[in-house]
Design a binder for this molecule. Structure first.
Ligand code: IVH
Length: 702
């Protein structure tokens, strides 16, 4: 190393250059040491680097920034980011795949808002950037923290990494920004930067990134911000979370504010009117897709008026006022080498196409879904065929068609098994009781005697959105099940005591891949999860049609395991059933599945053993101090101030349950002109009947 100038004699610009170099150098050694376990310099040499950096920072304090090595918490990168709860959830978008879907979207909005035929609906259209979304929280014009989307409710704290982006200001310029401002948008990598990054990766014999989106995600989630700083990431601002004052009265106006406050906004965003105009802009963006220099995978439409966005609100996890119009999927041709049958947790036999690996849209694909046997027959897909496959975004690739179905000497059609390949039980296609139609899916009838179903249910039980037990993943569940240690969920919670009592032979800590510490960690991780939120618990049960969203709705409605159980065990009771059916977002399929599940004695036993091990925590009732919170409301007749859908959504947002029919559980019947039999039934049952105006004054909007 050449002789270094004394820190006292450095000019400010020399200091800045050297500081940056030292930060990079230290970052490199930290990574070698902490992540790769391969230090490249002695401890003394490393300490000298840090001392020099700290000396420079002492003299030039302005160089201390959030990603300086001196600011790292502790010396060792933790390997994990902190968690940030989003003040306003980060939502996803529904999809439109063709022109008709777009027309339907506009139609739904008109109907929901009850707009007349002549009333114009302005919609903004802008590219859907293929990156990852981030939320930046500014307080008094200064960045407080930044987070990834995560599961929408909370994300990872990547503040210091986000600050390395040139396009994310740490301090907002003078302006009329509100005190609290959460700017949301997409972090992405340009094509040019992606190519340069992969060229560098090749030079240093590191694996290349699959596509710019993965590169952006990988770069943003670097443990060491100095690493992120070396990756040129960009940011388009397009949405917001919590704001202490409204930004504007329109989507376009709000985004224009972002631009004023120093954010980059997409130049292709435009305000449109009418379906034709939207589609025109969609095509214009599509035509420019290849020359933009960054990946986009569709066009996002948003209702421009913010008061309308507010009225439209959300369904499940997507706004009613926005939709993503996706570009058609990319295609490629390859050979179908085989068809495997997988058995899922509900017994569904799913055919999976094994393909000769081929690159589609920058990603190597070696299998594709075939959905079910009808699909195989309809497409007449046979092993050995050349097939066209497509993939869109992150969805599993699909087989579109066989290349030359007429060619002579084709192999035999695929014979779909009628027995479960795992347990040999009969695999059948059920008839839908109502429609009489044959179910597209063939299911193994083995239930809990089918190892595949049992294992898949257990895997689901411990998965991230269910019990999420650290150290107990797919691999461990497969091994524990194969060895007979875990046959049902309750067994997970008795592992520690059985192991201690010597009932597990050989004991877990002596097994291959395990030791005293890892076994103790596992038992502790299991204990930590005995207290579980009701919604997670319901999702974990893996009942058909009761996934994460449905579980959350049920938990919010019934709030405790006991009252949920009481309802589910009495779904033959008309009133109980009507109440469940009245929950917005819960359909007949879920109710039927619950009825079936709870009427099965072995499921009851299994739940009883499991619940005995747990502390299932009550869900918060929908937090609302509205007088209608927790009440059951039925709307009937013609409403004049709102459409029926809007009224229903409004009532639900205040914590009311909306039912379709009047029963003794109904608290209010809101009756507009033309109310018929429901009004009579309400009168018979002594249910309070309100006019539309009375309803509005009850909810404080009189
Ligand atoms: S708006 C409430 N606008 O798409 C609406 N999202 O599928 C919030 N995305 O998680 C999203 N470009 O990561 C919006 N111009 C754009 C977008 C965009 C990309 C992503 C975003 C979001 C996902 C939803």
């Amino acid at each position: 190393m050449s002789a270094l100038k004394d820190v006292e004699h450095l000019t400010e610009s020399e200091a800045r250059d050297e500081h940056a170099r030292l930060a990079r150098e230290i970052a490199k050694h930290d990574k070698a040491y902490y992540q790769n376990d391969a230090p490249k310099i002695s401890d003394a040499a490393y300490d000298a680097l840090r001392q020099r950096l700290e000396g420079i920072e002492a003299r030039f304090p302005t160089l201390v920034d959030l990603f300086s090595p001196s600011q790292r918490v502790g010396a060792a990168p933790s390997g994990k980011f902190g968690e940030i709860q989003h003040a306003v959830p980060m939502l996803s978008l529904g999809n439109a795949f063709n022109d008709e879907d777009v027309a339907d979207f506009i139609g739904r909005i008109r109907r929901f808002l009850g707009l007349g035929d002549t009333e114009a609906v302005a919609i903004t259209a802008e590219p859907k950037i293929d990156g990852l979304s981030a939320s930046l929280r500014y307080e008094n014009g200064r960045l407080i923290h930044g987070a990834t989307r995560g599961d929408g409710a909370s994300g990872e704290d990547v503040t210091r990494n986000l600050l390395t982006l040139d396009e994310i200001p740490e301090v907002l310029p003078e302006g009329d920004w509100p005190e609290v401002l959460e700017v949301r948008g997409e972090v992405y990598m340009s094509h040019a930067d992606f190519d340069a990054l992969n060229a560098r990766q090749r030079e240093i014999s590191k694996p290349e990134y699959k596509n710019p989106r993965n590169a952006a995600a990988g770069s943003l989630r670097q443990i060491d911000p100095a690493m992120t700083a070396q990756r040129p990431l960009r940011f388009f601002a397009y949405a917001w979370g919590e704001v202490s004052e409204p930004l504007s009265d329109s989507q376009m106006g709000a985004v224009e504010k972002f631009a004023e406050w120093g954010f980059v906004t997409n130049p292709l965003m435009q305000r449109c009117e009418g379906v034709e105009n939207l589609l025109e802009h969609y095509r214009a963006i599509e035509a420019q897709r290849a020359s933009l220099g960054y990946d986009i995978d569709g066009v996002v439409y948003k209702v421009d008026r913010l008061d309308w966005q507010e009225r439209l609100g959300f369904v499940a996890r997507a706004p009613r006022w926005a939709i993503a119009h996706k570009f058609p999927a990319e295609q490629a041709t390859t050979r179908l080498e085989g068809i495997d049958i997988q058995v899922g947790r509900t017994g569904a036999l799913t055919p999976v196409a094994r393909l000769k690996p081929v690159t589609v849209g920058g990603v190597v694909v070696s299998n594709a879904t075939l959905h079910n046997e009808d699909e195989i027959a309809r497409k007449d897909v046979r092993v050995g065929d050349m097939v066209v496959i497509q993939r869109a975004g992150d969805v599993i690739p699909q087989i579109v068609r066989v290349v030359d179905p007429e060619r002579p000497g084709r192999p035999e059609p695929f014979a779909f098994p009628t027995e479960c390949p795992v347990c040999n039980s009969r695999a059948v296609r059920e008839h839908d009781e109502k429609t009489g139609k044959l179910d597209a899916v063939r299911r193994c009838t083995g239930g809990l005697i089918c190892d595949a179903q049992v294992v898949e249910r257990l895997k689901h039980f411990v998965s991230r959105k269910a019990f999420d037990i650290e150290g107990l993943g797919t691999k461990q569940i497969e091994a524990f099940h194969a060895e007979g240690l875990v046959k049902e969920p309750a067994d997970i919670f008795t592992l520690r005591t059985r192991n201690l009592a010597g009932e597990i032979d050989p004991p877990i800590q002596t097994r291959e891949g395990w030791g005293e510490t890892s076994a103790a960690n596992l038992f502790n991780a299991i204990d930590e999860r005995r207290a579980i939120a009701l919604a997670r618990f319901l999702n974990a049960l893996g009942i058909r049609h009761v996934g994460e969203n449905t579980a959350a709705l049920l938990a919010r409605t019934y709030t405790s395991w006991n009252s949920f159980c009481a309802a589910s065990a009495h779904l033959t009771d008309e009133a109980v059933r009507a109440e469940m059916m009245g929950i917005d977002g819960i359909g007949n399929a879920a109710v039927e599945a619950l009825e079936q599940y709870f009427s099965e004695p072995h499921n009851q036993d299994l739940m009883e053993r499991l619940v005995a091990q747990l502390d299932i925590q009550d869900a918060e009732a929908i937090s609302s101090d509205s007088p209608v919170a927790g009440k059951t409301v039925v709307f009937t007749g013609t409403l004049e101030r709102m459409t029926r859908d809007e009224a229903k959504a409004k009532a639900q947002s205040l914590g009311a349950k909306v039912a379709g029919s009047v029963s003794k559980k109904t608290d209010y019947l809101v009756a507009g002109p033309g109310a018929g039999s429901k009004a009579k039934k309400a009168a018979d049952l002594g249910v309070e009947t309100l006019t539309e105006d009375e309803w509005f004054s009850l909810i404080g909007e009189g």
